[in-house]
Design a protein around this ligand. Structure first.
Ligand code: GLN
Length: 384
């Protein structure tokens, strides 16, 4: 057989999605791939039924159905204060996953460097490599996963085209401060690089932390490329709706990449999701409170295991330090947990550039009873 592309030798299939398959195979409670086991808001379900009987069953405009883009621009303006022209600043994509790929392919030439903080959401390295770019890693240091400013400056000095900032961060739960984002933006300005943000957890941030939109900072207009998704905000990960928000010049190029990758996101789902984008402010404070309660509940369960873990400032992931359990590596520990404990997490090593085997990542986007059932099973870890 002829050789397949050598580009693909640099990374594996998604470990996160693989753990979901393993969890299903063993009937384990799946706290690996981050998605809810509860329904989207009623307004979206009603709109979905209506969309089924409506006209939107053929291709939408490739860069997004007009009504969806108008509602999206309003929603972005409402929370970030950024003026968004629905016809110029947006490309609607199949989730933030496609948005990241589009952003990276639009920004990078083969051989360009892209800074990725480590630990990182596993797609970023693959996105960079698939766009011909080379990821350059800058560590986030535990316990609070802050970055060292000198290390970041040194990484920029090598000449980079873009930096990826996942905020709130998956898997660490770090929420970047305004000061940190301004520092990153200044470095990007000095080195004429893009700041590509990935912000699907913008509405899942815990007190006293608050989400700062990098796109709203002075100097962001030509430089910040926002990738985002409706998946987490409206509990619709299977709808695959996301977007890129950037300058009109960037978007004009990004539309081409998107058009040839996927043509477009599902037309009826764009129509139905408008109902989500129009939900009042109380929906978002309710979502934040809901996740704050889940966080308390799940962290309480983890405390009873005696293991130490990160306390997320945002998003819904926890990195649990499993080194006291004495496994040879985190993959062995995660597989054992699926089989013997009945709870699935993601081996932390799949998020790290460094050789780090200490963590398993769990998520708590689940109903209370699911979290309590998982907590009960995890308590066995305390008894050894
Ligand atoms: N963001 C989710 C996670 O980290 C998964 C997203 C996906 O699988 N596309 O688990």
């Amino acid at each position: 057989m002829p050789a397949t592309s050598t580009r693909l030798h640099g990374f594996t299939e998604s470990v996160i999605r693989g753990m979901t398959r393993l969890a299903n195979q063993h009937g384990a409670i799946n706290l690996s791939q981050g998605f809810p086991d509860f329904d989207p808001p009623e307004e979206l379900l009603a709109a979905l039924e209506k969309a089924a009987r409506g006209p939107a069953h053929q291709y939408a405009v490739t860069w997004g159905a007009p009504g969806f883009r108008v509602a999206l621009a309003d929603k972005i303006r409402r929370f970030s204060g950024v003026e968004v022209d629905p016809d110029a600043h947006l490309v609607v994509t199949c989730g933030s996953t496609e948005a990241m790929m589009v952003a990276m392919m639009t920004a990078c030439d083969p051989g360009d460097r892209v800074i990725v903080f480590s630990p990182f959401y596993e797609n970023y390295a693959a996105d960079a490599i698939l766009s011909g770019a080379r990821p350059v890693y800058v560590p986030l240091h535990p316990p609070d996963f802050a970055f060292d400013r000198d290390e970041l400056r040194a990484a920029f000095a090598d000449g980079v085209k873009a930096i990826v900032v996942c905020n709130p961060s998956n898997p660490t739960g770090k929420v970047f401060t305004r000061d940190e984002l301004e520092f990153i933006l200044r470095l990007a300005e000095e080195h004429d690089a893009y700041v590509i943000t990935d912000e699907p957890y913008e509405h899942i941030v815990y007190e006293p932390h608050g989400h700062v939109y990098a796109s709203a900072l002075p100097g962001a207009e030509q430089r910040v490329v926002v990738c985002n998704s409706l998946s987490k905000t409206y509990s619709i990960t299977g709808w695959r709706l996301g977007y890129v928000q950037a300058s009109p010049e960037f978007i004009a190029q990004a539309r081409k990449v998107h058009d040839f990758l996927t043509v477009g996101a599902a037309a009826p789902l764009q129509e139905a999701a408008i109902a989500g984008l129009k939900l009042p402010d109380e929906y978002y404070s309710g979502l934040r409170d809901l996740y704050a309660r889940k966080r308390e509940l799940f962290l309480g369960c983890l405390r009873r295991t005696g293991l130490s873990f990160t306390e997320p400032q945002g998003a819904y992931y926890v990195m649990v330090d499993i080194s006291p359990l004495g496994f040879a590596n985190d993959t062995a520990a995660a597989e054992w947990m699926v089989r013997e404990i009945g709870v699935a997490g993601v081996p932390g090593s799949s998020f790290f550039r460094e050789s780090e085997q200490r963590y398993i990542r769990f998520h708590f986007a689940k109903r209370e009873e699911t979290l309590l059932a998982a907590g009960e099973k995890l308590e066995r870890l305390a008894r050894g």
